[in-house]
Ligand binder design. Structure first.
Ligand code: SF4
Ligand code: SF4
Length: 537
């Protein structure tokens, strides 16, 4: 692994970039620059003119974030050549920087809701894209065979995956192929209908639910989904809670948690952020996190509307801080955890998880419910994060410099682990269950230890800011760790970084699959698409 930083700046925050033209989708030149303390992206297409979008509301914080840019592990065997240039070679092509952390498969584009904001489901497109089980199994196999670092997480998405009767079979196949974390992305309708169905999915192997969750007010659902879905969301949480209790009774631990997934659009549901956090805190245990997704505008939309609805991840951080009294601030971007993950997996000689997406892609932190006081705290109250992360980074660099990244002996790993544990004690500010869980993670690195960290009285508060053709930065997509898998016309398996999938490739790929499967009927592309919004990943 090429470690770009241990916190020093190696990459100008003001810089030239490559992006795409929102009109013709060709790759064009652009720049990220500061103006009046904010960060903007400006680009120019020779045919369609200039485009500008806001990236961050605080230039100093943005500059600090860029120190955490890291390269990950490149795939040994790219699936395509570098022919047309990024982002038209997906993929992945030889220029892609990282192996995926997540294998994402859209198992259908059918849905049991007809949300006015969705432009991608079969009700709107007029064709059905639903690969059969054996095709999805081949996609899963392809991902599990990626070297040097196959993903451990499988995310089954759509459309609405639960409309498929064979969904439990797909899940079982994923588990059989070695995926440890199997996430179901869902609107919650079928989960709310039947606890037996939830249990069937859990028994098949689902151990994570990504529940589309726009807010806690009926009016929000009426605007975003055209129907009051609040009771359905509550029903899904309640039923999955029952599954966890049953699992605890049978196996001595919960099956997995729900991550609430709110897509946030300015002026539509940004006022719901405090309520969503309070809801998650009230249901902690069943709900293990919130993955906010600021809206990505992936359909036809005019420029004014883009500016009106754009909600940056930095604005989201401000809203969360205002509601949680800043306990999660400073907000570290996702790649900050790269060396920690590599190091503890190296101690245990177990497969690692790739966190080296671009720092602009998102952030994650944990809200901790203090068991003695009932107070909500952040990780920073328990550990001196800067010092601990800096030490971790230095130790990992040492291992790489010694050429021990791949071929260390058992004893070498044990000695380094002992030193790491000893040094880590110096950075402890407060003991508690979160500290014990961290120690368990270091002492016995495994998916189970990571799972234990995720459950209990902790709430992951994270964000992934999916890109659209207005704010796309090709350096971000080259580092993408969330890859959509599909079978191409020549029946080879392709991996498409998720932001390029939504902003560029989705329509072509889904039509191609539907044509190959003979489910391409009457395409009606001009059907009403009131507000184009990215699909929830
Ligand atoms: S996003 Fe990655 S796979 Fe796609 S063209 Fe760019 S570098 Fe290649
Ligand atoms: S899906 Fe988009 S936001 Fe997420 S890691 Fe990939 S490029 Fe970044």
């Amino acid at each position: 692994m090429v470690t770009a930083t241990c916190g020093e700046e190696i990459y100008g925050y003001e810089r030239k970039i490559k992006s795409i033209c929102p009109a013709c989708k060709k790759a064009i030149e652009g720049a990220i620059y500061e103006d009046s303390g904010k960060i903007y992206l400006r680009k120019e297409c020779p045919i369609h003119g200039q485009f500008e979008d806001i990236i961050h509301v605080n230039a100093r914080v943005y500059q600090w974030n860029q120190r955490f840019l890291k390269d990950g592990l490149k795939a040994d065997k790219p699936a395509t050549g570098a022919v047309n240039g990024c982002p038209h070679d997906c993929g992945v092509c030889p220029n892609h920087v990282n192996t995926p952390a997540i294998c994402l498969v859209d198992v259908t584009n059918r849905c049991n809701l007809k949300c006015p904001i969705c432009f991608a489901n079969a009700n709107v497109t007029g064709y059905v894209t639903e690969p059969p089980l054996d095709e999805i199994a081949r996609i899963m196999e392809h991902f599990r065979n990626i070297t040097p670092n196959p993903p451990l997480t499988l995310q089954l998405s759509g459309g609405e995956p639960t409309v498929r009767e064979d969904l439990p079979d797909l899940v079982r196949k994923g588990a059989e192929l070695g995926f440890k974390h199997i996430i179901l992305t869902t609107n919650g309708l079928k989960l709310a209908e039947s606890v037996e169905y939830c249990l069937e999915l859990a028994e098949a192997g689902v151990n994570g639910i990504y529940l589309q969750f726009d807010g806690i007010q009926a009016q929000t659902y009426l605007s975003t989904r055209g129907r009051d879905l609040l009771d359905i969301k509550l029903g899904a949480v309640e039923n999955w809670g029952k599954v966890n209790r049953e699992w605890q009774r049978r196996h001595g631990k919960p099956r997995g948690g729900i991550v609430l997934v709110p897509t946030i659009a300015k002026g539509v549901n940004d006022h719901e952020i405090p309520g969503i956090i309070d809801f998650a805190v009230a249901h902690v245990g069943t709900v293990v996190g919130i993955a906010f997704q600021p809206i990505a505008m992936c359909g036809r939309i005019d420029r004014e509307k883009v500016h009106e609805m754009r909600f940056t991840s930095s604005e989201l951080q401000g809203r969360i801080d205002a509601h949680t009294k800043g306990v999660l601030n400073p907000w570290y971007p996702i790649p900050v955890i790269s060396e920690f993950a590599r190091l503890i997996d190296w101690f245990g000689d177990v497969p690692t998880v790739e966190f080296s997406c671009h720092p602009d892609c998102g952030f994650a932190n944990w809200l901790v419910l203090d068991e003695k006081t009932g107070q909500l705290l952040g990780m920073k109250h328990y550990v001196d994060l800067d010092a601990a992360l800096g030490y971790t980074c230095r130790m990992w660099r040492e291992i790489v410099a010694d050429g021990k990244e791949w071929n260390a002996r058992w004893l070498e790993r044990k000695i380094k682990k002992a030193r790491f544990l000893f040094e880590m004690q110096k950075f402890v500010l407060k003991r508690g269950h979160i500290f014990s869980l961290l120690m368990r993670l270091i002492l016995s690195p495994s998916y189970e230890s990571a799972e234990a960290f995720m459950f209990g009285k902790n709430l992951m508060i994270g964000c992934m800011h999916f890109q659209d053709s207005y704010n796309m930065d090709l350096d971000r997509v080259k580092r993408c760790v969330v890859h959509y898998g599909y079978m191409s016309k020549d029946r080879s398996i392709r991996q498409v970084p998720f932001c390029t999938m939504n902003a560029l490739h989705r329509e072509r790929i889904e039509k191609e699959i539907a044509q190959r499967l003979g489910t391409y009927h009457d395409v009606r592309p001009e059907e009403k698409i009131p507000v184009p919004v990215a699909t929830v990943g």
